[in-house]
Design a protein around this ligand. Structure first.
Ligand SMILES: C[S@@+](CC[C@H](N)C(=O)[O-])C[C@H]1O[C@@H](n2cnc3c(N)ncnc32)[C@H](O)[C@@H]1O
Length: 240
């Protein structure tokens, strides 16, 4: 059977809820791009999965709508509920379309490890621009394209430090990990950093922040080879 986000949803939810250092770190990296308080703010969480980012932004006071094309992910998100003082609602939707979201209706769009799944990044940015208010912002994380490129692996020379081996950085497009324990066995769209940045500029976004944080102590404890390599690239941009 070919894995999809629906078929791995139960596994993914279990991974996050039993404590995944990587996903906790990803949530922290994304939240660092947002204001401490989001009262009176409407947030759209694109590719919300089981709702970890949606709940975290609601906990800062936002009224959040989480969307995801995976019906099973949305079931899990709804079952988990919200995180007051804000509110959370969920809908099945595609980040390239955002059919369920009205024009000019949100202040922030967030996307944690989700825009690397949309097949058409330009279409996603058109949809995001449509739903953002004129002062709206987009904040998102993606697996770091340099170090999480298709089929990146590790090597270790005798006595030397482990090194990440990347051979396919320029090979943009869909790929699927063949590791049965990898999240990206459900598939992933690889794009170069320049592709992400150029598209943001082309669609009229002003880039405000670009971060590549060092992995947390918990991430490194789980895999010492990761020390020194940022697992995620994070960006914040506002409508220009
Ligand atoms: C790695 S999970 C991240 C989920 C959540 N944001 C988190 O941080 O745990 C990637 C999510 O992207 C969603 N996704 C896949 N294709 C998408 C699309 N076209 N539009 C929006 N989300 C999509 C998947 O269903 C999945 O829930």
């Amino acid at each position: 059977m070919t894995d999809t986000w629906d078929t791995i949803a139960d596994w993914y939810v279990e991974l996050l809820r039993t404590g995944s250092a990587m996903h906790t770190f990803n949530c922290d990296v994304l939240l660092d791009l947002l204001p401490e308080r989001l009262d009176d703010t409407r947030v759209l969480d694109i590719g919300c999965g089981e709702g970890v980012i949606s709940r975290a932004t609601a906990a800062r006071g936002a009224a959040v709508v989480g969307i995801d094309p995976s019906a099973r992910m949305i079931e899990h998100a709804r079952a988990a509920g919200g995180s007051p003082p804000g509110t959370v609602a969920y809908a099945i939707d595609d980040g390239c379309v955002l059919n369920t979201i009205a024009d000019s209706s949100v202040d922030w769009a967030t996307a944690g490890l989700a825009l690397n799944n949309v097949p058409d990044f330009d279409a996603a940015l058109v949809a995001v621009r449509r739903v953002l208010r004129s002062s709206g912002r987009l904040a998102f994380t993606i697996p770091h394209p340099c170090f999480e490129a298709p089929r990146a692996t590790w090597t270790q020379s005798s006595g030397g430090a482990a090194r990440r081996v990347v051979g396919d950085y320029r090979a943009e497009g869909f790929w699927r990990s063949d590791d049965p324990q990898a999240v990206r066995r459900a598939g992933n769209q690889h794009r170069m950093i320049s592709t992400y940045l150029s598209a943001l500029v082309r669609h009229g976004f002003l880039i405000e922040a670009v971060t590549e944080p060092a992995p947390s102590a918990q991430v490194v404890a789980g895999n010492r080879r990761r020390a020194g390599l940022p697992p995620f690239l994070a960006l914040r941009a506002r409508c220009g």
